[in-house]
Design a protein around this ligand. Sequence first.
Ligand SMILES: C[S@@+](CC[C@H](N)C(=O)[O-])C[C@H]1O[C@@H](n2cnc3c(N)ncnc32)[C@H](O)[C@@H]1O
Length: 234
Amino acid sequence: MIWIKDNQGGCTYKCQMNTPIVRQPPGCQHPDWKDHWESIYAEKNPAEVSWYQSHPQHSLSLIGDTGIGTTASIIDVGGGASTLVDHLLMEGYRDITVLDIARSAIEQAENRLGDRSQQVTWVESDVTSYAPGQTFDIWHDRAVFHFLTLEHDRECYLKTLNKALKPGGHVIIATFSDSGPNQCSGLDVVRYSPEALSQALGPTLRLAEILTENHHPPSGGLQQFVYCRFSRNA
Ligand SMILES: C[S@@+](CC[C@H](N)C(=O)[O-])C[C@H]1O[C@@H](n2cnc3c(N)ncnc32)[C@H](O)[C@@H]1O
């Protein structure tokens, strides 16, 4: 694996055998966000963070429910060091992209996977300024969209999503539910009901399935999540 720093706009390239070169657009729009997440991953082990799951049951079940099967191209937005990618590889998915703003999170996942990490495309980018180089059948986001507390940032996220999603594609987003916490990782979040999330994403995405989860963070307590699967017309 080779990392190359481009000094012309603070961009980062990553080259890895058998995986595409991915470039972050010039000028990260939110350098403070990046600093925040890099320091979280530098300070904690992957299984210590409050959102950790050893088996992301709801995500896997909703991905399966799209009915596309293992040929699906999937992007896990803000995937961090999540174990979802491990399970997708085990189930036979072969077109997987994991995007995260924090390079340290991606490195944790790559180290855990070892050689299998070469079967994955890793992208270090802020989702709100990401220029997708391909389109996807499935957009998966657990606990990222809810950090976008400003309308402008949600609009940027949706622009990226609309560019990245294939016609007939599926969007799976998990956020804190309307009875979940107000903060995560020291940051304010927006809590959503399925209806509010549907409204935030706009009329081109049809709500197809809802699951709820009582997540127990490793340090104790309870976080109530809502997972929604949406589909876009073909
Ligand atoms: C609460 S964690 C959830 C991680 C993972 N989705 C999971 O469920 O285990 C939020 C993740 O989103 C990433 N993140 C936060 N803001 C982001 C942004 N604007 N663009 C891309 N990734 C972001 C963080 O680095 C972190 O890995």
